[in-house]
Design a protein around this ligand. Structure first.
Ligand SMILES: O=P(O)(O)OC[C@H]1O[C@H](O)[C@H](O)[C@@H](O)[C@@H]1O
Length: 547
């Protein structure tokens, strides 16, 4: 495969970028059809990318790159269950988890639908039992609280979804524990009754140290109150390493399977979603899957120029590689989407934060966006100053919903007005003349006006995309998440990187055991750099003086 930067399509895009950098986005709106040309219906909503520095020739050049990179062929390979995760020789079949009955997905030649159906059935049975009070704890009481223990892909998806759809909740109270910092599990357990608490230990590998430490602490707490026999009624596991879960004393009946053809950060649709089913009920979980399926069908069937995740991916490449904007902020204007930025941060950065191509050659261009963000309305009072007047340009996704889930009179309009106002202010800015006029009208004297003008000018021309969902529902949420998943896939193809492995997280993990030993040891630390030695010694001095 030719290096991307040597493709005529890539070079053509560089020329378009040079041309457009002299252009103002606001001026592109002189074309009265701009909104129609640069927005698309998306499942359960509308995607507006008209407020970006893009015109029709540049958009066509981006689509040409997508064709040249073979997005459609690669999509077919992934869907066919080929070893698309090449460095681990695994299929990539998270779409199978929500596939229509007639799709018959395969992974490496093996049908996967029977396993998926069986696990969904098991989730249904178990979550119904717990929610209906038929599943009893060791003293015969119903379950009132579920503690979901897991980290990364085994935490972020369920936590994001449960927060988003909390208004549908009518099951047991739900608590998430991910951090090995003992404060989190201690505080969680302190407020709970062991007789009525169920633990869901989620870990694809069942080796993740943070999760294993938290599970062990929870287990000790339970056993101290209810004895060893209580584990069977109070612990369930979700994992692809069934043997390891059994070794923790969890009964095979209480182990929910996942598979190596589902990446952790794409796994909320599998039994990793068990906390969702317990909290919201299986019918809601199935609606989430159904919404994602609508997005999958859009992704697989819509032509590239109408295909929202393809357009999202292309815009990302445009911003990063041609307009020099390496960071991407996710700005939800809906309280429900509070944890979406954190969720997408893992999904995107762990997938496409790579610096070699699929054949192992160094890339000659930037990959994976640096994803960050938080609820937009809070961000306005925190970091938007930099978005409006800072030296960095940031790619921005504003996400709101037309119909609120619940809002006292006037709140939702105010929220949406804020979102639209920000996108306008960023794009239009406020030039010297407008600032001067405003200050004079406010009665400032001429000297003060001239001093203040440079500080108050907003140069504008800062683009953004807006996702306007009809309403946050289980289906629309499932669809939105699936659209971002597909964006990640397309970007991986455009950048020619392996999006479905994460070797970069391993090295740090390997060093932990040795360091743990040295922290607790008394011999002078061996084999460390002087920085780490100094830190260990400082820690030891304090921890010994505490003792
Ligand atoms: O589900 P687990 O095996 O416990 O893994 C939890 C997480 O930890 C790893 O370090 C990876 O970076 C993530 O991709 C994964 O989701």
């Amino acid at each position: 495969m030719t290096c991307r930067t040597q493709l005529p399509e890539w070079q053509n895009l560089a020329q378009h970028a040079q041309r457009l950098k002299k252009q103002r986005i606001a001026d592109l709106f002189e074309d009265s059809s701009r909104f129609d040309a640069f927005s698309r219906p998306m499942p359960f909503g509308l995607y507006d990318f008209s407020k970006t520095l893009l015109d029709q020739p540049a958009l066509e050049a981006l689509l040409a790159l997508a064709r040249k990179a073979g997005v459609e062929g690669e999509r077919a390979r992934m869907l066919a269950g080929e070893p698309f995760n090449a460095t681990e020789q695994r299929a990539v079949q998270h779409m199978a988890l929500r596939a229509a009955a007639d799709r018959h997905p395969h992974a490496l030649g093996q049908p996967v639908q029977p396993q998926i159906d069986a696990e969904l059935g098991k989730m249904e049975q178990f979550s119904d039992q717990v929610r209906q009070g038929r599943w009893r704890g060791y003293s015969g009481k119903q379950i009132t609280d579920v503690v979901a223990i897991g980290i990364g892909g085994s935490n972020l998806g369920p936590q994001m979804v449960c927060e988003a759809l909390a208004s549908y909740a009518e099951g047991p109270a739900l608590h998430f524990v991910s951090n090995v910092d003992g404060v989190q599990i201690s505080r969680t357990l302190a407020a709970l009754d062991p007789q009525t608490t169920l633990f869901v230990v989620s870990s694809k590998t069942f080796t993740t140290r943070e999760t294993m430490a938290n599970a062990a602490t929870a287990r000790r707490w339970l056993v101290a109150h209810g004895g060893e026999a209580a584990v069977a009624q109070h612990f369930v596991a979700v994992t692809s390493a069934v043997d390891k879960a059994r070794a923790m004393g969890i009964s095979p009946d209480n182990i929910f399977a996942m598979w190596d053809w589902v990446g952790g950060r794409f796994s909320l649709w599998s039994a990793i979603g068990l906390p969702i089913a317990l909290y919201l009920g299986m019918p809601i979980f199935r609606q989430i899957l159904a919404g994602a399926r609508v997005a999958d069908e859009h992704f697989t069937d819509a032509p590239l120029e109408q295909n929202v995740p393809v357009l999202m991916a292309l815009l990302g490449v445009w911003h990063i590689n041609f307009l020099g904007m390496p960071t991407h902020a996710i700005l939800p204007y809906d309280q429900a989407l509070k944890y979406l930025p954190a969720y997408l941060q893992q999904a995107e950065m762990e997938s496409n934060g790579k610096s070699v191509t699929r054949t192992g050659n160094p890339v000659a261009y930037d990959t994976g966006a640096i994803v960050w963000g938080q609820l937009g309305i809070d961000g306005q009072h925190a970091f938007y100053q930099l978005l409006h007047q800072g030296t960095h340009e940031v790619a921005l996704d504003f996400i709101g919903s037309a119909v609120p889930v619940a809002a006292p009179e006037g709140h939702h309009e105010q929220l949406l007005a804020n979102m639209f106002a920000q996108t306008q202010a960023l794009m239009n800015g406020c030039d010297v003349d407008a600032v001067r006029k405003d200050l004079l009208a406010r009665g400032y004297n001429l000297d003060a006006v001239e001093q203040l003008v440079p500080h108050k000018v907003h140069r504008g021309n800062r683009g953004s995309c807006t996702f306007l969902l009809d309403k946050i529902t289980p289906a629309s949420l499932g669809s939105l998440v699936a659209l971002y998943e597909h964006k990640i896939f397309v970007q991986g193809v455009l950048w020619d990187v392996c999006s479905f492995d994460q070797w970069g997280v391993e090295l740090g993990k390997q060093l932990i055991a040795g360091l743990e030993q040295q922290l607790t040891g008394t011999e002078p630390p061996q084999g460390q750099d002087s920085s780490t030695t100094g830190l260990i010694n400082y820690y030891r001095k304090l921890s010994h003086s505490k003792a």
